[in-house]
Design a binder for this molecule. Structure first.
Ligand code: FBP
Length: 589
């Protein structure tokens, strides 16, 4: 197989492990005590997960683990959207399994969870794993979004696990996939099956995190990839000085990606969906906010800029949220009737009759091209596919109409030319950064340790991530600890709670403190491409989100968080711009 020079070079990278995991396996033991409880709805979850609920959080420390050399048969599944580092999770798991016992076997289920249901799998051996070490993508076995939830799917999974005599299954996935992992662990025990189930926290979206899971893997590489692209666009904008770039960034729901990219690149505007929802901002208010920044920059003769837009935005704007919820419900029960309508005009009439009056009006205000995107097929969870709604184009259209009105009223004298971009797929399969390569390998190795130590219904956890890798803490968190009950498809279901951007959290505060300055004064940062070799400050820095949340900074000169500026300098910069910023009603207000 012909590979690029970088890929060849990355094969040689030795991922770093927490110190404890480099010890002799039989001297690494899981310690933990004290019952845990779910984030909410304790009684309901306790009843639903009678076997796995309330287990302790465990940490690996020096001790005795005599069973660790047992011969094992383990299956692994990559589930959901790609995230850089998935191959290294499998590599860490593989190396752990083989270190425990060279006769142990690892099987990869093909194409995601459906591989388990359909018993479609392949054994992973040395040659195969070596071709994928430290590479991006999920192509070693493929991924998929099938949910394992119906009685038939669960029965088929039990059947496969039995037939393959599996000791364990590792599910590498996001919140939904790990909810599935928790359910499978419980069902397997109910069926008297020995197969353990361990989850691994994956998603570029960064929304699978809590006290015990500091970040999901892939967020680091994906945001650095997008930040590189945004920085390049900022530099282009600042060179040509003639375009406004509207950049939508992936992140199904939470705005962590947009926020992290803003901290890395200091754009003129970054919308944060969670803030927009908290302030109940309408689309009109968001548009007005953007236009006032554009107008203020035009007064300085700066008819260019960069605006970051989180992918999930539309679901957080109150009137759109109601519209989407009504559409999802309608599509769930009347899809056949709707699909039989012959064209968009007929669909619009049908919607007018079936939606609430307010939602029908909101729908009618959307440009036709965008309106059609709200009607596309739902995802397997019955949700609208936000990555396919071109919010960036919607905002351009609203902003340009508003600017024309402002120009007529003499309130805007600039020139508005725009470009739209969507960065998502560009970052999901990038070569993992050193951080993700190390983190993922450690998560995979930890998953093996959890299996070898007899745990089921746990999520592999590696913490203390802003410290050097050898100081990381490896362990496991019971999946039920992260769950609550939520309304899904008309009934209450157990799910892992998504972590949205916290408006009183340090990353958001660091952004909010600086954004008025960034709005008007061109303050771009150009992070450049991910580096794999070189000084620590350019190639071994975690994300700003992690640094700010964990309170311990690395040395990253090139990627210093804005909040790290000396307070006095920031204050004087703001004071110098006072007369200009006063005129700016920022997008987030
Ligand atoms: P996961 O939550 O499965 O990791 O996927 C996240 C994501 O990349 C979102 O950011 C995006 O909305 C979605 O996947 C796109 O889905 P698809 O890969 O099916 O196009």
């Amino acid at each position: 197989m012909k590979v690029s020079a970088l890929q060849q070079n990355r094969y040689g990278y030795k991922p770093k492990l927490p110190r404890i995991l480099s010890e002799k396996l039989e001297t690494i033991a899981a310690t933990g005590s004290g019952a845990t409880k779910s984030v909410a709805d304790q009684e309901e979850l306790k009843a639903l997960f009678s076997n796995t609920y309330g287990k302790p959080v465990v940490t690996f420390t020096k001790g005795k683990n005599p069973g660790v050399k047992k011969q094992l048969r383990v299956g692994v599944i990559l589930s959901g959207g790609q995230a850089p580092g998935g191959h290294n999770v499998i590599a860490g798991l593989y190396d752990g399994i083989k270190k425990g016992n060279p006769d142990s076997k690892l099987f990869g289920f093909l194409g995601g969870p459906s591989g388990l249901i359909e018993a479609s799998y392949a054994e992973i051996k040395d040659k195969r794993i070596d071709e994928y070490r430290n590479t991006g993508g999920f192509d070693i076995i493929g991924s998929g979004r099938t949910k394992i939830e119906t009685d038939e799917q669960i029965a088929a999974s039990i059947n496969t696990a039995k037939k393959m005599k599996l000791d364990a299954i590792v599910i590498i996935g996001g919140d939904d996939s790990n909810t599935n992992a928790a359910l499978l662990a419980e069902h397997f025990l109910n069926a008297g099956l020995k197969t353990q189930v361990i989850g691994v926290p994956k998603t570029i979206d960064g929304d699978l995190k809590n006290n015990m899971i500091e970040t999901s893997f892939g967020f680091d590489t994906a945001t650095k990839t997008y930040a590189e692209l945004i920085g390049n666009i900022e530099r282009d904008a600042n060179s040509a000085k003639k375009y406004w770039h509207f950049i939508k960034l992936m992140g199904r729901s939470a705005s962590h990606i947009a926020l992290e990219c803003a901290l890395q690149t200091q754009p003129n505007i970054c919308l944060i969906s969670e803030e927009i929802e908290a302030k109940k901002m309408t689309l009109r208010q968001i548009t007005d906010g953007i236009c006032s920044v554009i107008a203020a920059r035009a007064e300085n003769n700066e008819n260019f800029g960069v605006i970051l837009i989180p992918e999930g935005l539309v679901e957080f704007v109150p009137e759109m949220k109601v519209l989407i919820a009504e559409l999802n419900d309608l599509m769930a029960v009347k899809a056949e009737e709707f699909n039989a309508l012959e064209d968009f005009a007929a669909q619009s009439r049908w919607l007018h009759a079936n939606l609430s009056r307010a939602s029908a009006e909101t729908f009618a205000t959307l440009p036709e091209e965008i309106a059609k995107q709200f009607l596309m097929d739902r995802d397997p969870h019955g949700n609208v596919q936000v990555s396919r709604i071109e919010t960036e184009k919607l905002l351009i259209s609203l902003v340009s109409s508003k600017l024309k009105e402002m120009a007529k009223a003499g309130k805007y004298k600039g020139k508005f030319s725009s470009y739209n971009h969507f960065f998502g797929y560009e970052g999901r399969c990038a070569f993992p950064s050193n951080f993700d390569a190390d983190y993922c390998y450690s998560l995979g190795f930890t998953a093996f340790m959890l299996i070898a130590s007899g745990f089921t219904g746990y999520l592999s956890s590696v913490r203390n991530l802003t410290a050097p890798a050898k100081e990381w803490i490896a362990g496991g968190v019971p999946l039920t600890m992260m769950m609550n009950m939520e309304q899904r498809h008309g009934s209450k279901k157990p799910v892992i709670k998504k972590a949205l951007v916290e408006l009183d959290g340090k990353p958001f505060k660091a952004f909010a403190k600086n954004r008025e300055t960034w709005a008007v004064k061109t303050s771009y940062l150009y992070p450049g491409a991910i580096q794999y070799a070189g000084p620590d400050e350019v190639c071994n820095q975690p994300t700003q989100t992690l640094i700010l949340e964990k309170g311990k900074s690395g040395t990253g000169a090139g990627r210093k968080p804005a909040a790290a500026k000396p307070a006095a300098a920031a204050a004087s910069a703001a004071a110098g711009k006072k007369n200009v910023t006063k005129r700016v009603k920022r997008a987030g207000k």
